[in-house]
Design a protein around this ligand. Sequence first.
Ligand SMILES: C[S@@+](CC[C@H](N)C(=O)[O-])C[C@H]1O[C@@H](n2cnc3c(N)ncnc32)[C@H](O)[C@@H]1O
Length: 298
Amino acid sequence: MSIFSEALPKSPLFAMTVITETQTNASDESSFPIIQNIPTEVVRELDGEKLLDRTTFFTEFSTNAYLEDFYTKVDDPAMQMVLTFLPNIVARIGKVEKMLDFGAGPTIHVAACFRETANEIHLADYLPQNRDELCQWVNNKSKFNWTVPLRMILTREGQSWDKLARVEQETRDKIINIYHCDVFSNPSVDCPKEIFGQFDALVTIFCVEYCCNTLSEYYSAIKNIASAVKPGGYMIYGGVFEETWCSFGGRKFTCLYITKEVMLDALAKAGFHVEENDRGCVLYEINGMFMVSAKKQF
Ligand SMILES: C[S@@+](CC[C@H](N)C(=O)[O-])C[C@H]1O[C@@H](n2cnc3c(N)ncnc32)[C@H](O)[C@@H]1O
């Protein structure tokens, strides 16, 4: 089971060696950068099999299958990358007032990473079945067992696994609310007006490329997400470069093909830069997977 297609190399975690820190530059507003011979729209078929796209999310996105496939054993390299790098990025950013996990799905590992550094944790997802699962978890009624991912986080933090139960409770205590969000709307999050645009840190992982059908939609989605962040705040964005599909629960979904240049350009056009001398800014890239932390200009 993988968020990747078979085309990408699947290296084990210990093979992670490439770490890059980059300065972005905004390019010409009127065009996308360096797009030749790459798909600018989602690929809709794979070996004659129709890929599922966003129009089928409501019925085809199985919350339980997603959690089972990716967060039970956490053997997918993409999820391993997130759990490896996110605690580090959170430590680099330091204390924040409000953080938002945009497109959280049914997951709480991002929230758990921020439990000690954020005063307020806000969660948002597009699908009602995912928001229901988040509510269940907050109310201590979820059946899903988060032990493996949470142990990975504790390990990255250099803390004992004995703290597991405390991690869950501390995370719950910080969660303020769970909202509907949509990358195609502005405001993109149905939170109270006074807090939209006021998030100090926004995390969005494996979300945008799975919702967008074209690069034009991608650029506008990044802007819509970005507008939730306050000036001087951070956007922490994880995804996969140069990928055209992903699978889980026995189903294959479309994934918009993006390059590093496109991703950094979209961030720059939304006012975000990976600033060289800012400790909270970083770009990790490994085997086509990336996590970037970029700062919104004042
Ligand atoms: C692959 S899951 C990622 C979940 C989680 N962030 C993770 O890393 O496991 C993609 C998420 O995008 C959400 N999504 C789908 N369409 C969306 C839209 N138009 N706007 C925002 N999120 C959307 C889905 O509900 C789903 O939870």
